[in-house]
Design a protein around this ligand. Structure first.
Ligand SMILES: NC(=O)c1ccc[n+]([C@@H]2O[C@H](COP(=O)([O-])OP(=O)(O)OC[C@H]3O[C@@H](n4cnc5c(N)ncnc54)[C@H](O)[C@@H]3O)[C@@H](O)[C@H]2O)c1
Length: 270
């Protein structure tokens, strides 16, 4: 018996990286999982992600290990499309127990995204995919969860949403992620009376294929430098984050709501 047998989960941005690990973890606990992503083959963009795949998609991987899943290509910044995605899940499986609103990320270079000279297009894009995408997904699942009088919502901030970068770069991303954390506190108050919890995770530097290819330059030297800012002296793994998602998606966290949980190994931003 899995802890999530009979439950239904939606994970956005689940075609690669952290979202993929959340989807696989929840499926491993017995949940039926809707894998929602702009592109269900987005792992092809990064060699390390593609190499890590054991099937043609997250859905295929889940099915190969005996789980139930289906994939939906959806842009979380498109309100109507997100509503349609959730409606399809409810039509297919009759309920929604867990939402992991994971889709998001940053765009642009730190030098073009300093707090005092933010490019408006980048600001719009990043606030759209992170904050608006999260709110749309929550709005779409809330009526079903309220009707059930149960549900677990997990949103995704970042260390960048808790502490600024030392040079003020990537301010659009930090502001969007800070907004998600604070929005989640409001959400917990709003939905608590319905028996629904809402919590936020704030990952530090997690070694996804994208992070290793873009944020951490290829040299061992820069990896070491980055790890030295982490109390535990290593970058995070997707499993480090998936374990916390398991806690927040199961009854282990039934009396936890409105929390913002750092998963950063004790990182102090340099
Ligand atoms: N990796 C890290 O170190 C780290 C740290 C802090 C926070 N985060 C956050 O965790 C989440 C996942 O990070 P990751 O490193 O796995 O990212 P990633 O870029 O590897 O994966 C993101 C996935 O989301 C999908 N996606 C992007 N925009 C979308 C949209 N508009 N609609 C639907 N799907 C969309 C992409 O296709 C991709 O499959 C993001 O919200 C990111 O900001 C990551």
């Amino acid at each position: 018996m899995g802890k999530l047998d009979g439950k239904v989960a939606i994970v956005t941005g689940a075609a690669r990286g952290l979202g993929r690990s959340y989807a696989k973890r929840l499926a491993g606990l017995g949940a039926k999982v809707a894998v929602a992503d702009l592109n269900l083959h987005s792992y092809e963009e990064f060699e390390a992600e593609a190499k890590d795949m054991t099937g043609d998609s997250t859905v295929a991987e889940i099915e190969a290990s005996g789980g139930s899943a289906f994939g939906i290509e959806v842009d979380v910044t498109d309100h109507e499309a997100v509503n349609a995605m959730v409606a399809r899940v409810v039509q297919e499986w009759g309920r929604v127990d867990v939402l992991v609103a994971n889709a998001g990320g940053g765009r642009g270079r730190p030098m073009d995204t300093k707090a005092s000279n933010l490019d408006p297009a980048l600001l719009q894009l990043v606030v759209g995919m992170n904050l608006f995408g999260t709110v749309y997904a929550v709005n779409a699942v809330a009526p079903t969860m309220k009707e059930q009088r149960s549900g677990k919502i997990i949103t995704v901030s970042s260390v960048a949403g808790t502490a600024p970068s030392a040079d003020g770069g990537y301010a659009h991303y930090g502001a969007a992620k800070a907004a998600i954390a604070h929005y989640t506190r409001y959400l917990a108050q709003d939905l608590g009376p319905f028996g629904i919890t809402a919590n936020c995770i704030a990952p530090g530097v997690i070694a996804t294929g994208r992070i290793m290819a873009t944020v951490i330059p290829g040299s061992a030297q820069s990896n070491r430098d980055r790890s030295e800012l982490v109390a535990l002296r290593r970058l995070g793994s997707v499993e480090d984050c998936a374990r916390v998602v398991e806690f927040l998606a199961t009854d282990l966290s039934d009396y936890v709501t409105g929390a913002v949980i750092p998963i950063d190994g004790g990182l102090v931003r340099g």
